[in-house]
Design a protein around this ligand. Structure first.
Ligand code: COI
Length: 359
């Protein structure tokens, strides 16, 4: 069936003939491997967004010279929908994701996504696939909006044409166990003036080789160190980083433009500040972290991110040493944040921040 919603960006909706939801075991979801029935797609042609369509999930056909594949004009977002305990599908802070997506587009010389287009596409797609929002403990619908350059032209210039796509995955936890992170000073994720502060696809590509080395050593992720002083913590790539030293919760400032402005990071900062925690946004050096660990003052360390939510760090590796953090059950801050966010997203506590948007 094809329906057209008559707005500034009319969306043609073609429903899948058959849903494959009954073939999915929602109790054993592997992150990012299961996809819902539908996707959204739009094209940027002649200076405007057009061809807006929701259709059955399918491969995208590309010309071999598609410029995103060669020169990396590609950005993405990660966001989530939840089902409240009384069954209402809700989006978490979609306005914040749109703002960040457009910041990424501007930095990468790509056209911004108008709010009406983004919200219509998002609400229509998630409404159609709402049965895919898991009701399980830790379950949510991960939503992946992305924009990429589509000019088929072999030459360096900003593309004139782009595609904006959204697809969704029902997911459970991203990290099943406390995360083992590794710090090193040779490979750098982001420099001031670069693209580390936005969600450019290339930021992630450049981390794969060092990550592969870290994995061989038994770590899950890198805890990136800055490339100017080679001494300050940056972020984890999939997550922003928080540490609790004594009774202060510290996270790294995003002002240098090298660290992604995490929406979960921002939500955690607001929750902590509004609930009487002592919070600081400031740099943390490798020495400070190791000294705090050695003197028993490093009580908690965790990452925050859309996919990961609040993920405790189990071990920090540096050179040939491993610094083991306190047992997860003893962590006051990360456990409290996890519970607060979950209660808010499931509608178990009032949404005093206006973060949840009903679909
Ligand atoms: C997210 O948390 O949404 C991210 O984009 C991280 C990704 C590597 C899963």
């Amino acid at each position: 069936m094809t329906l057209t919603i008559n707005r500034t960006y009319p969306i043609d909706i073609t429903k899948a003939a058959v849903s494959h939801i009954s073939s999915v075991n929602f109790d054993e979801l592997q992150f990012g491997k299961v996809f819902t029935d539908h996707m959204f797609e739009a094209d940027y042609l002649d200076g405007k967004w057009t061809n807006c369509a929701i259709k059955p999930l399918a491969k995208i056909e590309l010309h071999p010279a598609t410029s995103a594949l060669h020169y990396g004009q590609a950005v993405f977002e990660g966001m989530k929908a939840f089902k409240t305990t009384d069954g209402r599908p809700m989006l978490f802070r979609p306005d914040a994701n749109l703002a960040r997506l457009n910041e990424s587009c501007v930095r990468m010389a790509m056209p911004e996504i108008p709010e009406e287009l983004f919200m219509d596409a998002l609400h229509s797609l998630v409404r159609l696939d709402q049965d895919w929002i898991p009701d399980t403990e830790d379950g949510s619908l991960y939503i992946r909006p992305f924009v990429f350059a589509t000019d088929d032209f072999v030459g360096i210039k900003p593309s004139d044409t782009f595609k904006f796509v959204i697809f969704c995955c029902p997911v459970a936890r991203y990290y099943a166990k406390p995360v083992r992170v590794y710090m090193q000073q040779e490979f750098i994720r982001a420099f001031p003036g670069g693209t580390g502060g936005v969600k450019a696809a290339g930021n992630y590509g450049a981390t794969m080789m060092p990550l592969m080395h870290a994995r061989k050593m038994g770590f899950d992720q890198m805890l990136w160190i800055d490339g100017v002083t080679h001494n300050r913590l940056q972020e984890i790539g999939t997550m922003n980083v928080f540490v609790q030293i004594d009774d202060t919760v510290i996270t790294i400032p995003t002002t240098e433009g090298t660290i992604l402005k995490g929406i979960t990071r921002d939500s955690c900062l607001q929750l902590l500040r509004d609930n009487g925690f002592k919070v600081e946004e400031r740099d943390v050096t490798i020495e400070e972290l190791i000294d705090a660990h050695r003197s028993g003052r490093l009580h908690d360390a965790f990452g925050t991110g859309t996919a990961a939510t609040v993920a405790p760090i189990g071990v920090i590796g540096y050179k040939d040493q491993e610094y083991t953090l306190p047992p997860v059950e003893d962590r006051k801050v990360s456990n409290w944040l996890k519970k607060e966010l979950w209660s808010l997203r499931k509608g178990l506590r009032p949404d005093t921040y206006g973060w949840m948007q009903e679909i």
